[in-house]
Design a protein around this ligand. Structure first.
Ligand code: PGA
Length: 244
């Protein structure tokens, strides 16, 4: 794992966007897994602008959504579906066949998990995964105590995730479960970028980098990823004691 620090959110976001661009330019059939949330917003916007401005050949790439709130429909502004379509997929003009998201409204969520696992396998694995970090150290909905060997799965959401998650929704929303790509997939991914900005993430980032690897803080798994990069702005890095 490597840690990279940028002066601010804008330069961090531009660096992430450049890696997304380069990954697809070098491998037009790349499989990219994207988190939604506030952190990936500017990186995704900058990537879309660059891809469109520079006519990136994107029609062979595959995009996966990292996770979704169970029971929240895609038209809800707080859904991951809504974020990814509006921020990335529609502005890029992607075809439906290039996009694979969990349908968290499905009657049988286990089929959704199996389908996602098959999509990943049939496309030769994930080339680039871009994730944020929750205030409790989650990645996607891999909540504290999750198994590091999980593939796609459904999980009870942690109290912190339920509370913090309200920030995405225009009105108070009942959240209880999530469906997510698991940490075994993260470990199998060729390159993983964990991005964080702002002082509010400084403590969990310090713990992620400096604590022992443990499923109490799922993001500590990044320490064991050979091609994992933690990309931070100055504020999010402010409590780190040792830079590896
Ligand atoms: P955020 O969410 O980017 O909105 O801070 C991060 C996360 O919970 O993964």
């Amino acid at each position: 794992m490597e840690t990279k620090i940028y002066p601010d959110y804008e330069t961090l976001s531009a660096a992430v966007a450049q890696i997304m661009f380069d990954t697809i330019q070098q491998k037009p059939t790349a499989v990219i897994c994207l988190a939604s949330g506030h952190t990936p917003l500017l990186p995704c916007q900058l990537f879309v602008k660059k891809a469109n401005d520079e006519h990136l050949h994107i029609s062979e790439a595959t995009f996966l959504g990292l996770d979704e709130w169970v029971g929240v429909p895609p038209e809800n502004e707080g859904s991951c579906h809504y974020f990814l379509y509006n921020t990335v997929f529609n502005p890029l003009g992607l075809q439906a066949g290039q996009i694979h998201l969990f349908n968290s409204m499905a009657d049988d969520l286990s089929i959704e998990c199996i389908t996602m696992d098959e999509v990943i396998e049939n496309n030769g694995g994930i080339d680039l995964m871009i994730v944020g970090i929750g205030m409790n150290g989650h990645i996607g909905f891999n909540e504290p105590e999750v198994s590091f060997t999980n593939l796609s799965h459904v999980i009870e959401l942690d109290k912190t995730t339920i509370e913090v998650g309200q920030k995405y929704f225009p009105a108070a929303t009942t959240l209880s479960k999530g469906i997510t790509i698991g940490l075994q997939h993260l470990m199998n991914t060729k390159q993983v970028l964990l991005i964080a900005n702002g002082e509010k993430k400084a403590t969990i980032i310090q713990q992620t980098i400096e604590s022992e690897v443990s499923n109490q803080i799922p993001a500590t798994i990044m320490q064991t990823h050979k091609h994992g990069v933690i990309m931070l702005d100055d504020a999010a890095s402010s409590k780190i004691n040792k830079i590896n």
